[in-house]
Design a protein around this ligand. Structure first.
Ligand SMILES: Cc1cc2nc3c(=O)[nH]c(=O)nc-3n(C[C@H](O)[C@H](O)[C@H](O)COP(=O)(O)OP(=O)(O)OC[C@H]3O[C@@H](n4cnc5c(N)ncnc54)[C@H](O)[C@@H]3O)c2cc1C
Length: 385
């Protein structure tokens, strides 16, 4: 598949690999325990073209294909999920401003976001609302020529650092999903409050926390996506996000497999390398097989998005299979490492916790099954039981 990327895209993918190796890997274990990521990392990633990669060329981006963007995410995630996800969410927020924003919003936000000086985040999930995003209660009331925003958002990646939030809010509860709109909200506005970064199993570099909006007064030009379009925009973005989560899992699996092979051929037990035992070999053979399948599904999803299609089914297949394969595969790699795999110097604990997180974010495995089943049943005239 890498043959399908251009020479220029190959260079960006290689830059991502080197950035991951030199800038992320040495500090990944430390960052995985901290809340949030230092501003310098966003800026360094930006200077290496890793933020602008997916943005359109006429907005200062490089306009790389989804296929290339998937390979960039895979290369970064081989070093660490939390950093990769923080950078990915930021780049996706900049991309949303570039593609959906008004001229004024682009002028106001884009240059700083592309340079990594200003960090972006998405606020959809709420303390009481996860999978069923149509049920959000965060309220934007129309007031004169602006809006009054109230509500609490949960699980906000980059929440600890973000300068600009893309906030999904209900403008008309009676209208259901059609009432949902998206607003750009500055992190330093009166009425915006950040919770403490969550303590999680790992992945603290992603700076996940709650964000509270309390009588937050927004001007009319804070509207990014109008009511009626906001939920559709969220769903369109989520297919791409699912493909990226799949790519991230491929990166973590590949890194785990490489490390398990490297260690297992040199670690000796009972007079021979531990990988001379067929039981362990076959465990890693299963990981390699799943990895090839995971990469194939991810590349297919990316290619479908590159064709301009919504890729709902392909992205659901990729996310469902790849996240599950990563949970199984990273565990199998850890098994081949013996106790050594548990140490902080090794990536396995971080990768395994992150693979489990990936089974939840951007739609759980069960929600991927809902999406897939709906597609299977539609030809029979059944949209959902
Ligand atoms: C590390 C991380 C970062 C995140 N970052 C962001 C972010 O930046 N912005 C943001 O808005 N959100 C973010 N999220 C939230 C994420 O999108 C939600 O976790 C996800 O939508 C699932 O919601 P939930 O965890 O509340 O699960 P729930 O919806 O409470 O579901 C609980 C369980 O019920 C199952 N379930 C629910 N409905 C069905 C059904 N119809 N059929 C079968 N089973 C069902 C689920 O699969 C799950 O197993 C993040 C999450 C994580 C873990």
């Amino acid at each position: 598949m890498t043959s399908a990327v251009t020479d220029n895209e190959s260079k960006v993918i290689e830059t991502a690999r080197v950035f991951a190796q030199e800038m992320i890997r040495p500090q990944a274990a430390e960052w995985a325990k901290q809340g949030g990521l230092s501003r310098q990392i966003y800026e360094a990633a930006a200077q290496n073209g890793l933020v602008s990669a997916i943005l359109p060329k006429d907005c200062g981006g490089q306009g790389v294909s989804m296929l290339a963007a998937a390979k960039i995410a895979e290369a970064l995630a081989a070093a660490d999920f939390g950093v990769t996800f923080a950078l990915k969410v930021h780049a996706n927020a900049a991309n949303a401003v570039a593609r959906r924003g008004t001229e004024r919003q682009r002028e106001r936000y884009l240059a700083d976001m592309i340079a990594g000086r200003s960090v972006g985040a998405f606020c959809l999930t709420e303390p009481g609302v996860g999978s069923d995003a149509t049920a959000i209660t965060c309220r934007a009331e129309s007031q004169g020529d602006g809006w009054l925003l109230n509500g609490t958002k949960a699980w906000v990646t980059n929440g600890a650092e973000a300068d600009v939030f893309a906030v999904y809010a209900q403008t008309d509860p009676a209208a259901g999903w059609r009432g949902i709109a998206t607003f750009l909200v500055d992190g330093d506005m009166a009425g915006v409050r950040r919770g403490e970064p969550y303590r999680m199993t790992s992945g603290h570099a992603a700076g996940v926390c709650d964000i509270m909006f309390e009588d937050c007064r927004l001007n009319a030009d804070a509207l990014l996506v109008p009511p009626g379009e906001g939920f559709k925009a969220a769903m369109a973005g989520i297919n791409m996000a699912r493909m990226f989560v799949a790519a991230i899992c491929c990166g973590m699996m590949a890194d785990s497999l490489n490390r398990a092979l490297e260690y297992g051929v040199s670690r000796v037990a009972f007079g021979k390398p531990v990988l001379a035992n067929q039981g362990l070999q076959w465990g890693l053979a299963d990981v390699a097989t799943d990895l090839a399948a995971a990469q194939g599904l991810t590349e297919k999803a990316a290619a479908v998005l590159d064709e301009g299609k919504d890729g709902i089914l392909e992205c659901a297949f990729a996310k469902k299979f790849t996240t599950g394969a990563a949970v199984r595969g990273i565990s199998a790699c850890m098994q081949a490492m013996g106790a050594r795999g548990l140490r902080d110097e090794e990536p396995f604990g971080r990768h395994m916790a992150a693979a489990k997180m990936c089974e939840f974010l951007d739609g759980t495995t069960e929600i991927q099954n809902v999406v897939i089943s709906r597609t299977l049943l539609r030809p029979y005239g059944i949209d959902q039981f």
